[in-house]
Design a protein around this ligand. Structure first.
Ligand code: CA
Length: 230
């Protein structure tokens, strides 16, 4: 099921879009605020983002630009003003399509479907089964293919290193104790040697961090454990 994020401050419009997309079995989330919408678009895994241009805190122009810097997902821009659409087209911020309000809900669904299938083709998955990715600030973890890329460069991790990294990144900003991580990744009770966790964290950092003394991804919370920072 494809996941859609709608960033729209007019609740009635957002609800209308949501209702219609849900009829076609899309899983839809709504965010009314620009900044929060941008955060969710980046941190959570959506297949497509529908963004209004005029929004509180951060506008749709900035949202397009920022999503595009990090993520390769379709962005559909919605605006009441044709001039704004012309403007965003001219700025080439990376939006894939534009719709002027008012639009028919069926047109919206048609465009969403078209862009999703286009991206699927571009990715060359073609099987209908999309790889599951976690992407946070330059790091891209392909959970399906079990591959890790940092700023586009592939890093080779061992099985347990990968499991540990994917687990931490999949639960961003949560602090886990070494015991919890040991239990989670090594599938044993916490009677094993939890120093294993420390060793693995060190190895992962050597592979993914620019400066292991100042890790930007996996942070040590002294006396507690680790967390993946976002
Ligand atoms: Ca608006």
């Amino acid at each position: 099921m494809s996941k859609v994020l709608i960033i729209e401050d007019e609740q009635s419009i957002a609800e209308l879009e949501k209702d219609y997309l849900e009829l076609y079995a899309f899983e839809v989330s709504i965010e009314n605020d620009g900044k929060k919408g941008l955060d969710r678009a980046i941190l959570e895994n959506y297949d497509i983002v529908i963004v209004d241009l005029m929004l509180p805190s951060i506008d749709g122009f900035e949202i397009c630009k920022r999503i595009r810097e990090i993520k390769d997902i379709p962005i559909l821009v919605v605006s009441a003003k044709k001039e704004d659409i012309d403007k965003i087209r001219g700025l080439e911020l990376g939006a894939d399509d534009y719709i002027t309000k008012p639009f028919s809900p069926s047109e919206l669904v048609a465009r969403v479907k078209a862009h999703l299938s286009r991206y699927e083709r571009l990715r060359g998955t073609g099987t209908g089964q999309e790889n599951e990715f976690i992407e946070i600030r330059g790091i891209k973890i392909d959970k399906t293919a079990r591959r890790v890329f940092v700023n586009g460069e592939e890093k080779i991790l061992t099985t347990k290193e990968f499991d540990l990294l994917a687990f931490l990144a999949g639960n961003p900003n949560r602090v886990f104790t070494k015991e919890e991580l040991f239990k989670e990744i090594w599938n044993m009770d916490s009677f094993g040697d939890i120093a294993t966790v420390t060793v693995h964290i060190k190895k992962i950092r050597e592979k993914i961090e620019l400066n292991t003394a100042k890790p930007q991804y996996i942070e040590t919370i002294w006396g507690v454990g680790y967390r993946f920072k976002v």
